[in-house]
Design a protein around this ligand. Structure first.
Ligand code: F3S
Length: 64
């Protein structure tokens, strides 16, 4: 699985990195950034949870 985070859509709600800190983290201003574009199987559910809870739909999941 891969994830993309659209920096232009992100408004810094922070749900992604609160709910799925293995996949998303905060930059210095509270906006979301990816820990890694590639997500290993053990973190797939976390990635989906983070993406599904972003109010701006800024996160896209790309299933392999
Ligand atoms: Fe940004 Fe959405 Fe996360 S607005 S900080 S990508 S929950």
């Amino acid at each position: 699985m891969r994830v993309e985070l659209d920096r232009e859509r992100c408004q810094g709600h922070g749900r992604c990195y609160v709910l799925a800190s293995a996949v998303f983290e905060s930059d210095d201003d509270g906006y979301g950034v990816l820990v890694s574009e590639t997500v290993t199987a053990e973190f797939h559910d976390a990635a989906r949870k983070g993406a599904g809870n972003c109010p701006e739909d800024a996160i896209t999941i790309i299933e392999d």
